[in-house]
Design a protein. Structure first.
Length: 277
């Protein structure tokens, strides 16, 4: 699934379409996570005037309406020339004249919906802060984790706590700090929480600079791959040697997601509760 750096990179790669006017709208397959709105053709004649990201959503602002776009598990946007051949899973097309924006999604878990009071309330209002803003800081994270008994990796991937820290970047951050992914979130020391905030900001910024991670079929809207995956030290490397100590990396399941870690560098520390039992 595309994570924050991939969505940020996608949003940035849509910039050539800013201030361009939609000439036509075409829906080839309306059945995504939610049905594409029937009145989506009212975008015709409107200019795309703004692009923002909130969590893993792209907010596409047109002159009179704003759309909320989500890539789901396998979605991608691509800017093409009008004469380029359509692909099987190109479901939604905005024609800007010489250029087209095509939404491609084999698994159809993405979404193309209007941003309105309903979608704002259901999809955006419950979200936690953006990790690259000042609102995500050690004091905030300490407060959110103090009553959490779930593993720290599960907590980091809870978008009510912080948005956009998915499996890849949570795994890498914890590996770099020597924190076991199953360590109860409330048991982290103040120093660990502070270091975790710094590391999450660092690794997300670094990944954005490298265009995100291309795993399976992710590309940005210009068809370019990301390169962060070439720097991965833990994610996807179960069974390989740890780059720090040469111990074999192991894999556990947390919150239905694979979690790779080094048993030597990331020991699971007993909590006070466990010590008293």
């Amino acid at each position: 699934m595309p994570e924050l750096p991939e969505v940020e990179t996608t949003k940035n790669s849509l910039a050539p379409l800013l201030h361009q006017t939609v000439q036509a709208v075409r829906v080839r397959q309306p059945q995504l996570r939610w049905v594409i709105p029937q009145d989506v053709d009212k975008l015709q004649g409107q200019k795309l005037i703004g692009l923002q990201r909130r969590s893993k959503y792209i907010l596409a602002e047109f002159e009179h309406d704003t759309m909320l776009w989500h890539l789901g598990m396998s979605g991608s946007f691509r800017i093409c020339k009008a004469q380029d051949e359509l692909r099987k899973h190109d479901h939604f097309i905005l024609d800007f004249g010489e250029l087209q924006l095509r939404y491609h999604d084999p698994r159809r878990f993405g979404c193309i919906v209007w941003l309105n009071a309903d979608s704002q309330h259901k999809l955006l209002d419950p979200l936690g802060p953006e990790p690259l803003t000042d609102a995500f800081n050690a004091a905030y994270l300490t407060d959110k984790l103090k009553s959490k008994q779930v593993g720290i990796k599960v907590a980091l991937m809870d978008n009510h706590i912080v948005v956009g820290v998915g499996n890849i970047y949570a795994t890498e951050s914890l590996f770099n700090l020597g924190i076991h992914p199953a360590q109860p979130a409330s048991s982290l020391s103040p120093q660990q929480v502070e270091a975790l905030v710094v590391e999450i900001k660092r690794i997300l910024s670094f990944a954005i600079g490298l265009g995100g991670s291309t795993l399976r079929d992710y590309t940005n809207a210009m068809g370019e791959n990301g390169y962060f995956q070439q720097t991965l030290l833990a994610y996807g490397r179960a069974g390989e040697m740890c780059v720090n100590c040469e111990t074999t990396l192991e894999n556990i399941k947390l919150g239905q997601r694979a979690s790779v870690f080094c048993p030597q560098c990331q020991p699971l520390k007993k909590t006070q509760k466990q010590n008293s039992e």
